[in-house]
Design a protein around this ligand. Structure first.
Ligand code: NG6
Ligand code: CA
Length: 500
């Protein structure tokens, strides 16, 4: 017979329960975690990352008090696969439902038995919340927005959710709180369709004269909501529809109240802003503030939201014991489907700084993003780290911070990068290699300074591309022809990592 020795924790818990006292919270001494995930913010969009025209004082303040990473990546260069990997610690290409941009009628892409990031926090005794863009699908099959929609955020580990179901440019243009449409009116039922028109409401294609707010530049010509035509058709839910100019206010209000409500208990908040995704319709207060057009103004609005969160932490006395992370779900893009002036109003602003390419692609501009972490007294202040890290690493890193073990098979692609956050042993990489995925599902690989975009990852054929990012961050010199061994090595590593 095996001897069973109870752990000290179990003894404490048992003793506390036997004496009728409330057991100490499991997370005692652990930090709150607020992950602010921007949408489509590029490597060059913050002033602390080199933007000279757009100013981002709140983000800069965070960076000055924390660590700024210069080689941080999203696992994919579009939204859904990056968010899937953030929540599961698994590359999205291993799980096709989470690997492509989802519509507003796609089912939940994360199986509910997956060990997820929020479940890890729940297990450690935290309250968990998600506010903002979801875009991971909802429901078992096609969601019916007239009922409680599940499975969704709650079933993958979020106690509280206030979400934009898909994206700002996709129907349904309504918020959902804990599985139900906010301001739902049963007399005005909601129908959403991505294959054919539903209802009789005007569309961008048929009624361009009714586009009173913003016009599409490509696609985005279906149902008009708030003077803007969207991807997907919808009808009903009139009272529930958001006003694009208010989304930053609506979302930050919920993020701030989640913080205030949980100040007595450890919490994990994922605040996934709509900004700066299209349609870029910043509130009147931010219009013209960047000098770089609406896209720049949306960055200023994003920065304001960061300021709101930081102020809420201060106000509630939580700033010192909260790890705040700011990053983005993919790289920057200028025109992303609406005539918002971003193609030519940017006044010299380069959304991805010195990087080549944009959102959706495999060049660095698609997936190298800003990443800032502040945790007073733990993460050194005002430092810059050149370590290779990725948002897929959040799970293993959180597990380390929470002293939680990951069950076998959980978060298989996640690396604990906590030593990099603490700037321990600089120069010793936490992560040896990394796979990045494009919007279309093609893969590239990084190892040390070397990056390979295989022939299969390219739109225009012409052999593989190999770059040495240490001295060519702009990916200007293809070194594949002169380094056949390196190409072979990385090709084999990509195949071996992909096919495990
Ligand atoms: C693309 C859309 C783009 C954006 C993107 C998803 C067109 C022409 N382009 O298909 O506007 O919605 O999907 O963005 O429709 S993401 O950040 O959510 O991945
Ligand atoms: Ca995005």
């Amino acid at each position: 017979m095996k001897h069973f020795l109870p752990t000290l924790g179990a003894v404490v818990l048992f003793t506390a329960m036997a004496s009728g006292q409330t057991p100490p919270p499991a997370a005692a001494g652990k930090p709150n975690v607020v992950f602010i995930l921007a949408d489509d913010i590029g490597y060059g969009d913050f002033s602390c990352y080199g933007a000279t025209k757009v100013r981002t004082p709140n983000v800069d303040k965070l960076a000055a008090a924390g660590m700024k990473f210069t080689d941080a990546h999203t696992p994919a260069s579009v939204c859904t696969p990056t968010r899937y990997s953030l929540m599961t610690g698994q590359y999205a290409f291993r799980h096709p439902p989470g690997s492509r941009i989802l519509s507003g009628v796609a089912p939940l892409s994360i199986p509910t038995n997956t060990v997820t990031l929020p479940k890890l926090f729940q297990r450690a005794g935290y309250a968990t919340g998600v506010v903002g863009k979801w875009h991971l699908g909802l429901g078992e099959k096609e969601p019916d927005y007239n009922k409680e929609v599940k499975p969704g955020p709650r079933e993958v580990g979020f106690d509280y959710s206030f979400i934009i179901p898909a994206t700002g440019d996709r129907t349904p243009c309504v918020y959902m709180e804990n599985g139900r449409v906010v301001n739902y009116d049963p007399k005005d039922p909601i129908t959403v369709n991505y294959t054919k028109k539903v209802g009789t409401e005007p569309t961008g294609k048929e009624n361009p004269d009714q586009l009173t707010n913003q016009k599409p530049s490509h696609g985005h010509d279906m149902t008009i909501v708030n003077g803007i035509s969207r991807i997907g058709w919808m009808t009903g839910g009139t009272a529930a529809r958001w006003k694009d100019e208010d989304t930053a206010d609506d979302l930050s209000k919920r993020a701030v109240s989640f913080i205030a409500q949980h100040k007595e208990k450890p919490f994990f908040l994922c605040f996934a802003t709509h900004d700066i995704h299209v349609p870029r319709v910043p509130n009147e207060r931010f219009r013209g503030k960047s000098g770089c057009g609406l896209r720049g103004d949306a960055i200023v609005q994003f920065d304001w939201q960061v300021g709101e969160v930081l102020a809420a932490l201060e106000k509630n006395g939580l700033a010192d014991n909260t790890l705040v992370i700011v990053s983005s779900d993919n790289g920057g893009v200028m025109d992303d489907g609406y005539q918002d002036g971003s193609g030519n109003d940017a006044s010299g602003h380069r959304c991805n700084g010195p990087l080549r390419g944009f959102k959706g692609g495999l060049y660095e501009g698609g997936h190298r993003v800003p990443l800032i972490a502040r945790w007073p007294g733990k993460v050194p202040a005002g430092k810059t780290s050149a370590e290779l890290v990725c948002l897929v690493d959040t799970m293993a890193t959180a597990a380390k911070i929470l002293d939680q073990s990951l069950p076998p098979g959980a978060a298989p692609d996640s690396v604990n990068v906590f030593p990099c956050l603490l700037a321990e042993k600089p120069g010793k990489p936490c992560r040896e290699s990394l796979i990045m995925q494009s919007g279309g599902g093609a893969l590239a690989i990084r190892k040390g300074p070397w990056k390979l975009i295989p022939e299969t990852g390219k739109k225009v054929k012409g052999g593989p591309e190999l770059y040495n990012l240490a001295d060519d961050i702009g990916e200007t010199k293809n070194l594949a022809a002169e380094n056949p061994d390196r190409v072979k090595e990385l090709t084999a590593l990509l195949a071996a990592t992909r096919d495990v």
